[in-house]
Ligand binder design. Structure first.
Ligand SMILES: NC(=O)c1ccc[n+]([C@@H]2O[C@H](COP(=O)([O-])OP(=O)(O)OC[C@H]3O[C@@H](n4cnc5c(N)ncnc54)[C@H](OP(=O)(O)O)[C@@H]3O)[C@@H](O)[C@H]2O)c1
Length: 326
């Protein structure tokens, strides 16, 4: 499908939760994308969002949304356990899809959706918004100004007590948390390092059956080294450190960047205006989605279902050796 660039891409949303609100808020800064309708499980929530953001159509099912609102594309923004079934249903419409992560709570589920999308030849994009952080682009550029990227260090410590305490996640989502949420940081290994050529991983379990203590060493193309740690029941959080020639870029929290140079000087970077104003990475990924809908091709650094599947498989390799703590 080609869409005349003189008008915005019309999109229908499925799901009316917190992340739908974030996407609608980001859209106000992306004139190439216009939300025309919404469908969700609880109609009242969809109606409230539609009224707030001026969406013309509120529908009770994805099929009704496609018929009534005639969107050019769909964004599937539902709860983690509903993502894969809804994605499979929406592939049948043949419209380009934006899918929130995780598309599946296991490698097998992600494989089935990626396989169906490839078979049906439907352009698709998965919402790994951190790939679109302007602060990452700026920090990496500074490292590469000085020479090669040498090492990628990722800390992916999830806050399991917080996730449980919210009461927002089902037991199956909490059990599969490594796929449901930890893939955000696991994906950053691939984002910065490329496809790992070797992975040596250890995992133990204090409470979570699929593991909650992780250490991994990785070797990426060109000899770039990587490491991943995750300690899900200890204070900490998410962080990335990039090591270059005479320079270290530290993103901790991920939305900030401090550069330290070999001469002892340091520098702090700021995100761009979009990332400072709305959920970081959301405007960038929406622009990438618009380009994909217009051209049928998804450009780097975005991930389609095939790319997201590689991240899910890497998560699977990190948990494969899990043992209970003695
Ligand atoms: N990229 C990121 O940084 C990021 C951050 C947060 C979340 N996410 C992802 O975004 C997705 C949504 O998260 P959220 O925080 O918005 O969750 P949420 O607030 O619980 O909202 C989920 C929405 O999906 C609807 N829904 C659930 N099952 C459905 C179904 N079978 N058919 C139609 N609608 C259905 C829910 O309906 P009800 O109103 O009836 O509950 C709710 O409106 C999740 O997959 C999550 O992993 C991504």
């Amino acid at each position: 499908m080609t869409i005349d660039t003189s008008r915005p891409v019309k999109v229908g949303l499925i799901g009316a939760g917190l992340i739908a609100r974030q996407h609608l808020t980001a859209m106000s800064r992306v004139p190439g994308l216009e939300a025309v309708g919404i469908a969700s499980r609880t109609r009242a929530k969809a109606e409230a969002l539609a009224a707030e953001f001026g969406l013309l159509h509120v529908c009770d099912s994805p099929g009704e949304l496609v018929r009534q609102a005639a969107p050019d594309a769909l964004m599937v923004l539902v709860s983690p356990q509903a993502m894969a079934p809804l994605a499979l249903e929406c592939l049948d419409f043949g419209l380009p899809l934006f899918l929130e992560k995780p598309v599946g709570l296991s490698v097998e589920e992600a494989e089935s959706v990626a396989g169906a999308a490839a078979e049906k030849n439907v352009p698709n994009m998965v919402g790994f918004n951190r790939r679109h952080y302007s602060i990452f682009q700026k920090g990496l550029a500074k490292v590469l100004e000085r020479g090669r990227l040498l090492s990628v260090i990722v800390e992916g410590s999830e806050r399991m007590h917080v996730a449980r305490a919210t009461g927002r996640f089902t037991d199956e989502v909490l059990r599969a948390w490594v796929f449901a949420n930890a893939t955000h940081t696991i994906d950053l290994l691939r984002h910065f390092g490329g496809e790992p050529e070797e992975v040596c991983a250890f995992a133990t379990s204090l409470h979570e059956p699929l593991g909650d203590q992780f250490v991994a060493a990785l070797r990426f193309p060109g000899g770039v080294l990587g490491s991943f740690t995750g300690n899900w029941h200890s204070p900490g959080g998410w962080g990335v450190v990039l090591k270059g020639e005479g320079v270290t870029a530290e993103f901790r929290p991920l939305e900030t960047c401090r550069l330290t140079y070999a001469d002892g000087t340091s520098e702090t970077l700021e995100p761009d205006a979009d990332d400072a104003a709305v959920k970081p990475g959301f405007c960038g990924q929406q622009r990438a989605f618009v380009d994909m809908v217009r051209t049928g091709a998804l450009a780097a650094p975005s991930l389609d279902l095939g790319g997201a599947l590689l991240t899910m498989r890497l998560a699977g390799r990190l948990i494969a050796p899990v043992r209970p703590l003695s």
